[in-house]
Design a protein around this ligand. Structure first.
Ligand code: GLC
Length: 396
């Protein structure tokens, strides 16, 4: 699976400036909300600009919300009038995005919400994020599944090759025919685990606990802001440090990463979101190669002092991912590393680091209780790199 992608949450909810689920979370009036699309006119929408932002950050794919929980469709579907081509903008924004992606060699993935607050058949008592107040009496899973399949036929036939399908909100109803339908239209597609069966890959969200290598194909997702995935005017943006740490850790554990932005109602990626993608991309352009196509370290590396890290291996070299910073200018190996290191390098800027072997003062009683010998990597520029994860390459 490709390692790095951009998630884009965009829909009529962007007009609220609150949240992609503003209708439910803020208890908005549904009748009024469902008029919003009549003034949705994203005159500043320029999909090439989105695609190039992603591409320049080292991302290989974009995952776009074709339909979120509110049921509004961002493509020209035949199966509802609640869609982008019935706005004053009139154009099929998905088609435009698909063209921009293909022009610049970026893969296109689609997000499709199972909850649908507009479709009268969609209420599913076994799942979450359902519309609370109306439609229950008409709920009809079979009819809703037909609607979904019809829409997927459009999405998976008319927009070129689709890289992954991101179902959202597990239905808790197993139906293998749903993914079979998807695969019959796009045989190479990868499907996530939030649909009607387990699919191909897992999707941990927001923060992922420290841990061992993922056993299953995994794509973690995270937004640039803490409060929402869709556009939020008063968003609480994450720090670059927080995001790059999370990306480094998850990719070193073998996962992929979708980093999300929420464009405004006019179609612009908010300036701070853009800046975050650029800064994360700057770090990724320097270290990204170590995060792709690696295997877990065959050496049982252990660092002294409980420093959090992940060790990986690529082309016979070992990589120590110091994703959460280190307290001093050296790391010492408790085990897994002997004195055979030929060279140690800081991947972030290519500088050589000093490899040292010797006793460290340690702790104890009496005389001559220095510990070791330990192999250490010294002269690490900790202060210079306090804002991004450092990756150290060991050549044997
Ligand atoms: C959560 C949110 C939803 C968002 C999704 C992205 O499920 O509830 O609004 O689209 O995460 O993964």
């Amino acid at each position: 699976m490709n390692k790095f992608g951009m998630f884009i949450h965009w829909g009529v909810y962007s007009k609220t400036g609150l949240h992609e689920q503003a209708l439910a979370r803020y208890g908005l009036d549904k009748t009024e909300y469902e008029q919003l699309y009549k003034s949705f006119n994203p005159t500043l929408y320029n999909p090439e600009d989105w695609v190039l932002l992603a591409k320049n950050a080292g991302m290989k794919y974009i995952c776009f919300t074709a339909k979120h929980h509110d049921g509004f469709c961002m493509w020209d579907t035949k199966y509802t009038d609640y869609k982008i081509t019935n706005t004053p903008y009139k154009k099929d924004v998905l088609k435009m995005l698909a063209e921009a992606c293909s022009k610049h060699g970026i893969l296109l993935s689609l997000y499709y919400s199972n909850p649908d607050w507009h479709n009268e058949y969609a209420y599913n008592e076994k799942s979450t994020h359902q519309w609370c107040c109306t439609n229950r009496e008409k709920s009809d899973v079979e009819k809703y599944k037909t609607y979904i399949k019809n829409q997927l036929t459009e999405l998976l036939s008319n927009y070129g090759k689709i890289y992954t399908l991101f179902w959202d909100i597990p239905t808790n109803i197993e139906d293998k025919s749903m993914n079979e339908h998807v695969r019959s239209l796009q045989p190479d597609i990868l499907i996530n685990d939030r649909g009607w069966d387990k699919g191909d890959f897992s999707t941990p969200e927001r923060s992922v606990p420290d841990g061992a290598r993922f056993e299953r194909m995994t794509e973690a997702c995270q937004s640039v802001g803490e409060q929402a995935w869709g556009y939020r005017a008063d968003e609480d943006y994450y720090s670059i440090r927080f995001l790059t740490s999370s990306i480094d850790k998850i990719m070193a554990m073998g996962g992929s990463y979708l980093l999300n932005v929420g464009p405004t109602e006019l179609g612009e990626i908010p300036p701070r979101s853009r800046e975050i993608i650029e800064k994360v991309g700057n770090w990724y352009s320097r270290v990204g190669e170590t995060l792709e196509n690696h295997s877990p370290s065959s050496k049982h590396v252990k660092l002294r002092g409980g420093i959090p890290f992940v060790a990986t291996e690529k082309n016979g070299k070992t990589y120590i991912h110091l994703y959460n910073g280190i307290p001093s200018s050296a790391i010492a190996f408790e085990s897994g590393v002997d004195s055979d290191i030929k060279e140690a390098k800081l991947v972030n800027d290519g500088r050589k680091l000093r490899v040292r072997k010797g006793l460290l003062p340690g702790w104890g009683n009496g005389q001559g209780y220095a510990n070791g010998p330990f192999v250490s990597i010294a002269d690490i520029p900790v202060d210079e790199y306090e804002k991004e994860p450092m990756i150290i390459e060991l050549t044997w």
